[in-house]
Design a protein around this ligand. Structure first.
Ligand code: G
Ligand code: G
Ligand code: NA
Length: 250
């Protein structure tokens, strides 16, 4: 309730900001893009994590405003980066259910002059499962405009292979709960290997999430994931730090 009240009263444009976590390509040995991760710095509440304020914003009817502000900030950052660096942006369940709103985001990309192929929308199964057919239609429109679609948290919760078949996807992000276990569980390792193999057969890129340690990477490198996202290659960082990281490799 405190969060919902602050959402109503806060100057969200100045209090919301994005951090950026690098996605590293082992084969190209470079960072090819970043995931935008929302944060809210509020004078009363302090630093609020997206797990808390996104849901509160959905309940209280502020989600469109929050997402729209974050998306503008994402586009501003993307405009500063080289053409070969992409950005993944999270859409909530509520965002996905509002097609008009999502198409307005698409319009903003077109107006910005940024190449749509540099933008990837991350969705979760909870966001699409209430109406798969209508979600598919929306995602197809996004892809027709050149944007990419990533299925987030694959392997956790209720995610099902059905989505790989039913949704127009470019990428699958393997949930970090599997990666966490690969160092001491042969079963987890086999599951990750199988999902990576499946992605390859289906012509989907795959991202291993949550790689924290060198010993995990040694085990996982054999599986040849397309991308790695985890603390080992970089924590969520400021726009400035992301820019430094980009400059350092160019
Ligand atoms: O960065 P952090 O670990 O706190 O993120 C927690 C969760 O919040 C992640 O699952 C992430 O996908 C989600 N998240 C981060 N930023 C956004 C955002 O801008 N919009 C939505 N809908 N979810 C986000
Ligand atoms: O659910 P989503 O894929 O959006 O998750 C992104 C979140 O995961 C970010 O909030 C980030 O803080 C967190 N994260 C990213 N890399 C790691 C990692 O290596 N270890 C852990 N524990 N969390 C991570
Ligand atoms: Na995400």
């Amino acid at each position: 309730i405190a969060i919902e009240r602050q959402l109503r009263e806060a100057d969200l444009d100045s209090e919301l900001f994005l951090l950026f976590q690098p996605q590293y390509s082992p084969s190209r040995q470079r960072v090819t893009g970043f995931e935008a991760l929302a944060r809210w710095q509020n004078p009363t509440l302090g630093l609020v994590a997206p797990d808390q304020f996104i849901r509160a914003a959905e309940r209280s009817g502020h989600i469109r405003k929050v997402t729209a502000i974050l998306f503008e900030k994402a586009l501003e950052n993307l405009a500063d980066w080289p053409e070969d660096i992409g950005l993944s942006f999270n859409l909530s369940a509520h965002d996905i259910s509002d097609h008009t709103f999502v198409l307005r985001l698409l319009g903003r990309i077109m107006q910005s002059g940024i190449a749509a192929r540099r933008i990837e929308f991350e969705i979760t199964e909870t966001a699409v499962m209430t109406d798969l057919a209508s979600s598919r239609a929306l995602l197809e429109k996004l892809r027709a405009s050149g944007c990419k679609i990533a299925l987030d948290d694959f392997g956790s919760g209720y995610s099902s292979f059905e989505y790989l078949d039913q949704l127009p996807l470019d990428k699958v992000k393997i949930d970090r709960s599997f990666v966490r276990k690969v160092a001491h569980s042969t079963t987890s390792r086999e599951i990750v290997a199988a999902v990576i193999g499946l992605c390859r057969k289906l012509d989907l890129r795959c991202v291993l999430e949550g790689v924290e340690a060198e010993n995990e990477m040694i085990i996982l490198a054999d599986l040849q994931p397309d991308l790695i996202q985890g603390y080992l290659y970089g924590r969520p960082m400021s726009a400035k730090a992301a820019m430094n990281m980009i400059r350092a490799q160019s």
